[in-house]
Design a protein around this ligand. Sequence first.
Ligand code: PMP
Length: 356
Amino acid sequence: MKKYNFYSGPAILPPEVLAQASSAVLELDHIGLSLIEISHRSKEFQAVVDETIHLIRELLQLSPEHQVLFLQGGASMQFCQVPYNLLDNGEKAAYLDIGAWSKKAIKEARLFGNVEIIGSSADKNYSYLPKHYTIPADAKYFHLTTNETIHGTQMRHIPESPVPMVGDMSSDIFSRVLDFNRFDMIYAGAQKNMGPSGATLVVVKESLLGRVKRPIPTMLDYRSHIKDGSLHNTPCTFAIYVCMLTLRWLKAQGGVAAIEKYNEEKAARLYAEIDRNPLLQAVVSGEDRSRMNVCWVLKDAAHDEAFSNLAKEAGCIGIKGHRSVGGFRASIYNAMPMEGIDTLVEVMQSFEKKNG
Ligand code: PMP
C-alpha cells in the first residue's frame, strides 16, 4: 500500500531522488565505484560539492558575499557554534523565544554572552508569534527561527533588523521565497526540505566572522570550513550527494517560487478541513500558521488513538504531535504530493462520519 510520510524529519523525499540515490550507492555514474566509497578528495566528489553549492546559490539567489558550507552536528550544533563565533563575553545578542527550538538556541547562547529575549510567545504555549518587539541596535546579532517545527508557527514577515540577522531555517528553507540576502547567516539541518540527515547547511557572510576575542577551535571556526571549501575534514558525502539530487529535483519543479505556490495550496487544503471539521481544532490560528508543520488536536482527546489508527490504515504515517506538545502534526514538506494531503483530509472526514 502507498504510504504518505508526514514525519517532521528525517522526512519525505521525492521517489526519483530515492531511486537515484540507491543506484549511486551501488555505482556512481559508471565509474566502477560506489558513491559512499569514493574519497571526498576525488574529482567525482568535488563535482558533487560544487554542483550542490551552485544549486543552493541559484535557488536561494544568494549574493557573492555569502559563503555556503556543509557542516556536521545538525542545526543543534549551530545553537552553540553561532554564539561561539559571533558573541563575546559581556556582549549581547537578541533572540525571539517562539518555541522548543529557539529555547534550545537561547540556552546555548547564554554560555557565551548575554541574551536579550526581545519577544516571547511562551505565555500561550507558543501557539502564536510575537509581533511587537524592538531589536536593540547594540546587539551583536538578532536570532530568529523562521518556522517552528514543533509548535507549527511560521514567520510570514521577516522584520527589518538594525543588526546582523541569523536565521534557523531548518524546517522551511527551500519551501518559500524570502530575501535570503537580508540574512547575514542562515543555518538548517538538511533532513526536511533538502535531503537526508547528516548534513547541516550554513550560509554566512564572511565579514561577520573574526570579530570575537576568544580562541575558537578549528572545527568550530567557520573560517576553517570556508578556507577549505567544506572539505576541511571528511564531510558526510552521502548526505551531500542526496542534497544535490533533491535540489536538482527542486529546480526541475520550477524552483522555490513554484514549490511555494504548491506548498500554499497543500497547507490551505489541510487547514480548511481542520477548520471545517467540528471534531478538530487547529493549534495555531491566522497568519502565524506554518505551511510546513500543520498542528491540530481532537476536541475530545479520548479519540486520539482511534484517529491515529484510522490514519495508519489509510497509509498516513508520522502524524503524532511532538512528544512535548501532544496532539497531531502533519509535516508537509516540498516532496509531499497533493494526494497525501487529500488522503489525510479523507481520514479526517471519515473520522467525523464515525464519531460526529
Ligand atoms: N531547529 C529547528 C527549527 C528544527 O526543526 C530542528 C530539528 N527538527 C533543529 C533546529 C535541530 O536540528 P538537528 O536535529 O539537525 O540538530
